[in-house]
Structures are given as C-alpha cells and as structure tokens.
Design a protein around this ligand. Structure first.
Ligand code: ATP
Ligand code: MP5
Length: 282
C-alpha cells in the first residue's frame, strides 16, 4: 500500500517573460536556474528562441505576440504569479501584448504583483536582441508599469543618451530613467570597468542608495543581468520589500560572478546555481 503523503506546501511562484538562450548561459535558462537557487517555482512566457552559444547569437525566431500574452494569462489565472520579470522581448508588438496581458492578470506596480523590467537590448557580444521600434515601446508601455527597472550602462545610453563614464554620473542616469515612470530604478555598473568596485545605484525618485560590491576580474559574466533581476524577483515573490530584495539580488549575483565558469570557446556564464549542492553532499 502506498503511504498517504501530504507533500510540501506550494512554493512562491515567479514568472519570467524572456527569450531562450540555447547555450544556457543567459535568458530564461539563467532565470529558471536562479529561481531554483532561490527556492522559487519558475514559470516562463517565451518571447523568442535565439540560436546562441558562448561566441554569440546567430539566429532569432520571434514568438507571435498573442502566444506570448497567452502564456502569461494561462499561468497567472491557474497557478498565480507572485512576481514577474522581463528579459529579451524582441519587438514592439510583443511589448504591447505583454503590457496588456499584465494589466489583465494584475502584474505591475502599485498593489499588483511586483514587476521587474530588465530592458535587454543586446547580448554581451553586441548582437541585437531588440528591433529598433522596441525602445519607444519600452518607454511607453513597460516602464510606467514597472515596480523596478534594471538597465545596464549600454541600455542607459540607448534610452536616455547619457554615457556614464564615472561612478559620479550614475545619479544622472537614475534620474533620467526614473522620468520614464517606474517606481524604482536600479542602474547596474558591471560595464564600468575602469572602476575597481561594482557599485549599483538604486533610486525611487527621492533617495539614492548605493549598493557596493567588489569587482571580480573575470570575462565570464554572461547572464549576470538576468541572474540579478531573477534573484530580486524571487525575493519579491516571497513578499520581501523592494530594498531588501535588491540587496539580496546584489549579494546573489556577486557570488554568482565569483563562481562564474568558462564554457565553450567564448564567454562563460555567472553561476546562478551556486547554492545547489553536489551529488555526494545529498
Ligand atoms: N566583474 C564583476 N564583479 C562583480 N560584480 C559584477 C561584475 N560584473 C557585473 N557585476 C554585477 O552583476 C550585475 C549585472 O551587471 P551588468 O552591468 O553586467 O548587467 P548586464 O550588462 O545586464 O549583465 P549581462 O552580462 O547579463 O548583460 C550587477 O549587479 C553588477 O554590479
Ligand atoms: C535570450 C537572451 N536573453 C538575454 C541575453 C543577455 O545576456 P548577456 O548580456 O549576458 O549576453 C542573451 N544573450 N540572450
């Protein structure tokens, strides 16, 4: 006879709206790995399939916008989404469909499920992951709905025209991004390679909060932005307040960068799985 077994309580649930990276370093693969590392049940609304390895992106197939919206709606209405994040969104039509679906199911700032918008524009190799019409759609459709936006310095330049060259200029970038309407803005400084520290800056329209950290000497930082945003989203799904969630995300990605590893002939990923134990430790 099989034993009656109640199982475990349902864990917090988070949704990533993102593209697939066939090499497994970034995109929804990095997001799911991070959700797992944070003890969160991960769900996906896939926006695009990239043909990608450690050397770059050689192909992209975009998913129809209505299919992206349907994935969001079908998981939100059945399973429930306690926090959501975006990654590669490919084009303006997909962005518009996401905004509408998020409104329908209650994902977004101000009392709905927290929504982290990472405005991914290109891969770290410089391959575009977004069509030209999409930057305006981000500003119009997603930033005003975002609990938090997390641009890197290249995205800041594309979106605001501000070319940050020094840590002191991060504040101007945060103010300019904040004008697009998110509740909070986190400017990531991974690309500020002249700075011996890696200080990200959080801003809510009133107060600046610096999140300091060491800069590790490695080229293997593929998926770092995804890992940070997914760790923050995991903490938000657990009900943490925004500042504590961002502090946690920074600690999580810092260790992931420290434990990043080489892969293939190009750039390796940060280790979003650093909290997973080895087989002989189970
Ligand atoms: N060399 C490093 N050492 C320590 N932390 C780092 C390093 N590089 C990036 N980070 C941290 O990783 C996070 C991602 O930052 P980054 O600016 O690289 O974002 P990104 O460009 O979106 O990432 P990706 O590499 O996925 O494109 C930030 O919290 C940043 O401070
Ligand atoms: C599907 C997908 N999503 C996001 C990224 C950005 O990550 P990175 O800047 O590390 O290349 C990527 N390369 N591919």
């Amino acid at each position: 006879m099989t034993e009656q077994h109640a199982g475990a309580p349902t864990p917090p649930r988070a949704l990533t709206i993102a593209g697939s990276d066939s090499g497994g370093g970034a995109g929804l693969q990095a997001d799911l790995r991070t959700f797992l590392g944070c003890g969160v049940h991960g769900m996906t609304a896939i926006t695009a399939i990239t043909v990608q390895n450690s050397l770059g992106v050689t192909g992209i197939v975009e998913i129809p916008p209505e299919t992206v919206a349907a994935q969001i709606e079908v998981v939100a209405t059945d399973i429930g989404v306690q926090a959501a994040k975006t990654g590669m969104l490919a084009n303006a039509e997909i962005i518009t469909a996401i905004a509408k679906a998020c409104d329908t199911v209650g994902i977004g700032r101000d009392g709905r499920s927290p929504f982290v918008v990472d405005p991914v524009a290109a891969s770290m190799h410089g391959d575009p992951l977004l069509r030209d019409n999409a930057l305006e759609a981000f500003k119009r459709e997603l930033f005003p709905r975002a609990t938090l936006v997390t641009p890197n310095l290249d995205e800041v330049r594309l979106l605001t025209g501000i070319d940050v060259k020094h840590r002191d200029e991060l504040r101007d970038a945060a103010v300019a991004m904040h004008a697009y309407g998110p509740q909070w803005t986190l400017i990531k400084s991974g690309h500020l390679s002249s700075d011996p520290q890696c200080v990200d800056l959080l801003y809510d329209g009133k107060t600046f909060l610096e999140l300091p950290g060491p800069r590790y000497d490695t080229v293997h930082t593929h998926g770092g932005g995804d890992t940070l945003a997914s760790a923050i989203t995991s903490a938000l799904a657990k009900g943490w307040d925004l500042v504590e969630a961002v502090r946690f995300g920074k600690r999580y990605v810092r260790e992931a960068v420290r434990q990043s590893y080489p892969l293939g002939g190009g750039v390796g990923p940060v280790s979003g799985m650093w909290r997973i134990r080895d087989l002989d430790e189970v």
